[in-house]
Design a protein around this ligand. Structure first.
Ligand code: BES
Ligand code: ZN
Ligand code: ZN
Length: 489
């Protein structure tokens, strides 16, 4: 995404599309439009065809430009969430009109704070303007992808707008990278090609990238990654990306992503209906990838390590079977009850591995349980935190960027349910009750540092289009991780 700030001027801007924010009760004066663009807006206001209702977008034509008048809701309640959503809805509408370049009339928005408006609108437009076309061979069937956003700013807000824009581009590009990765089909994105993508991303950005294949994993005792991969012809990979700041650091963060490039369930095979969606079982890993890409450019004062546990879960002749017992990297033995509970097995290794960095905090993201979707739907991620300070920091970063998460419990009762008759742990409790919580309790046994877990099964990808957000990978988590690292102290 190309981002720019330009001087608004007094003439009608020569742009193909112009985003204007309108709150309930707004008049021509509050929108501060140039004279040449006022006439159609005056007429639409008089006819009450535009009213500022939240997420209602009217398209008007004037002076060779399309005005996207996007409703922001009641004037007093315009918060970044309203700006972001309105921008996302407008961008989706503009996408249908094949708009590649969107300008933003900042004088209509700077009353909500120029800096906040620039950030939220850029985020929303980027979100709504996203499209995945990699496999469309016919040009006329591709969905238009928004390529540039130009903020047109009046003199007093120019400097603030420019400052707000700095740093935004790596973040939005990181989001889009995560979505592109998540949307790749399971035959294209396998653990090996995931590792190649990480290497290709890391090299030009100066990130250290280490890839652990099966032989390394044997040596490390990564029984989870190796076990899950047994039924597949694709080898597992533990992908390690590391950013180290110059000079003094404020400590070390580790982000861990579940990277199951396809989850058939294994021997505990999933039903055929909707199984194609299980190519998205690497959305946690995609978020870690996108966040690391952004952070390599944003250069926080903290060391950040990204770990991706990549494997494919298939029911081949050598596959893990119910009743098998494996040993994870930290020596914990695990009885396999259901081979479809594979995410926690690969995470067990990655979380064990994370300890070697002596982290101040570890956050894992995983499309881990259907139970979390039942609890919170496709709207909110489940947040499990074993550390209050880490909880508060994560929740605050998430709130700033509109990534919804809600705390669920980590408590000893759930851990009790994961004890096996024959080994240290079993991989499912044997009941669906509290499924997201028992999974989190399982993961906790592999952590030895301040830790939080995000179950993004519902929010990592969408099955249906939503206002302002196309179905497919959402990039959920990138913004929260990046924000938390940038503000870490
Ligand atoms: N990848 C799935 C969870 C999932 C389901 C993500 C639907 C997104 C949409 C995970 O590996 C899984 O299959 N979990 C099982 C665990 C169960 C066997 C304890 C589940 O949630 O049913
Ligand atoms: Zn599974
Ligand atoms: Zn899975």
């Amino acid at each position: 995404m190309r981002l720019a700030v330009r001087s608004a001027g007094t003439a009608a801007p020569r742009v193909p599309a112009l985003f204007v924010g309108i709150a309930e009760g707004d008049t021509l004066e509050t929108l501060k439009l140039p004279a040449a663009l006022r006439r159609p807006v005056r007429a639409a206001l008089a006819a009450r065809d535009i009213n500022g209702r939240r997420n209602k977008v009217a398209v008007l034509y004037a002076e060779g430009t399309r005005l996207f008048l996007a409703g922001l809701g009641p004037r007093k309640g315009v918060i970044p969430d309203a700006l972001r959503e309105a921008a996302a809805v407008a961008a989706r509408q503009a996408q249908g009109l094949k708009v590649k370049d969107m300008a933003v009339w900042l004088p209509s928005l700077s009353r909500f704070g120029a800096s906040a408006a620039v950030t939220a609108v850029a985020d929303g437009l980027n979100q709504g303007g996203y499209a995945y076309n990699a496999w469309r061979t016919r040009a006329d069937e591709r969905t238009t992808r928004l390529e540039s956003i130009a903020f047109l700013a009046a003199r007093p807000e120019l400097a603030e707008a420019k400052a707000a824009l700095a740093g935004l581009q790596p973040l939005l590009d990181g989001m889009n990278a995560a979505r592109d990765l998540a949307n790749r089909p399971g035959n294209d994105l396998v653990p090996r090609s995931f590792a190649e993508a990480a290497q290709a991303m890391a090299r030009p950005l100066g990130l250290r990238c280490r890839i652990h294949g099966p032989r390394d994993l044997e040596r490390l005792g990564a029984g989870g990654l190796l076990g899950v991969s047994r039924g597949s012809a694709e080898e597992p990979r533990l992908i390690e990306l590391e950013y180290t700041p110059r000079g003094r650091t404020r400590g070390t963060l580790v982000f861990v992503g579940k990277g199951i490039t396809f989850d058939s369930g294994g021997i505990s095979l999933k039903p055929a209906d909707n199984m194609e969606r299980m190519k998205f079982d690497m959305c946690g890993a995609a978020a870690v990838f996108g966040a690391m890409q952004a952070l390599a450019q944003l250069k926080p004062a903290v060391r950040v390590v990204g770990l991706v546990a990549a494997a494919e879960n298939l029911p081949g002749g050598r596959a893990l079977k119910p009743g098998d017992i494996i040993t994870a990297m930290n020596g914990t033995t695990i009885e396999i009850i259901n081979t479809d509970a594979e995410g926690r097995l690969v995470l067990a290794d990655a979380l064990s591995y994370a300890a070697r960095f002596k982290p101040d905090a570890v956050v894992d993201l995983a499309t881990l349980t259907g139970a979390c979707i039942i609890a919170l739907g496709a709207v909110t991620a489940g947040l499990f935190a074993g550390d209050e300070k880490l909880h508060d920091r994560l929740a605050e970063s998430a709130r700033r960027w509109g990534e919804k998460m809600w705390r669920l419990p980590l408590s000893p009762e759930y851990e009790e349910m994961m004890k096996s008759d024959v080994s240290d742990l079993k991989n499912t409790a044997g009941t669906r009750e509290g499924g997201a919580c028992t999974a989190a309790a399982f993961l906790r046994r592999f952590t030895s540092y301040p830790w939080a877990h995000l179950d993004i099964a519902g929010v990592g990808h969408l099955d249906r289009d939503r206002a302002g957000l196309a179905r497919g990978g959402t990039g959920y988590g990138v913004k929260t991780l990046v924000d938390m690292a940038m503000r870490w102290e």
